[in-house]
Design a protein around this ligand. Sequence first.
Ligand SMILES: [Zn+2]
Length: 351
Amino acid sequence: MWDVNELWMQFEIMILNKGESILITFPKQFLIGESCLIIMGELAAEQHAKYILTIEKKKDDVESVLMEHLRINGAYWGLTTLDILGKLSAVDQETVISWVMSCQHESGGFGGNEGHDPHVLYTLSAIQILALFNKIEVLDIEKVSSYVATLQNEDGSFSGDKWGEIDTRFSYVALCSLALLKKLYKINVEKAVRYIVSCKNLDGGFGCTPGAESHAGQIFCCIGALAITGCLHHVDKDLLGWWLCERQVKSGGLNGRPEKLPDVCYSWWVLSSLIMIDRVHWIDKEKLVKFILDCQDKENGGISDRPDDAVDVFHTYFGVAGLSLLEYPGLKAIDPAYALPVDVINRIFLN
Ligand SMILES: [Zn+2]
């Protein structure tokens, strides 16, 4: 199910500054845990920032055209990566914000690009991008939150858009959007939580609908939604923690389901879930750091799903975000539930 979202990965971001030279250096020695000092392969941070900042130059290639409808998701991945790397200021924020606002539909929701149909997935990306720039106030918050609230169904579930497909991904995205806008009261949170809990399986994991098999991407969505609503007590943390830590394979990478290949994007989904349920010490962090670093294109920047595959912005984001969760030095901390830098979340909720 979630593999469909691998389609999200390959496309470009428009409107990023051109060619600015970026210099970030990281120490070669990297401390993990309390006492063990290890020489790690370095994160090619400078190259990754350059990779993201120059992606727009490729916007006429076939891949980019195919992925045009996902551009706002790509912008969120790229911009969040830059922020974690400490390079968000290299972007022309006025241009980005006016483009984001041009993707808004009259219903209040956002499309993946200008003139595209609105969907809750794109709406969250729009909110997250504005949050990165501390510009949520440019939104008509009533209108956007009402759009999201109308997607809730009688059983508490959420549809992604007016066509009605239901998935726990959309529950997470809706709850995260409304929480960031401080408008959770516009929906029935209790029913939303009850629906998510109804998707819990005997193995401790969660699926996209009741009875659907457990999958790491879906687990992130359900755990994130329960974390945002303060309902993690519904989770059997040991049982789920065990299922999640079994996702680590020999190479150190994580897979999304039993018998599948490891993939950098699960560094985010599995790791953030383990952090939210306080079981992250159950995996081998050093090996996972090494796996992510092995997936870098150190010369041209970018991170791929597995070593030696082609890089894309989706896996670059999840690789860098995963390293941030692993407390890799020099990176901003990222919030495991909201998927935004911790300072951005603090600015929203502590102000
Ligand atoms: Zn992947």
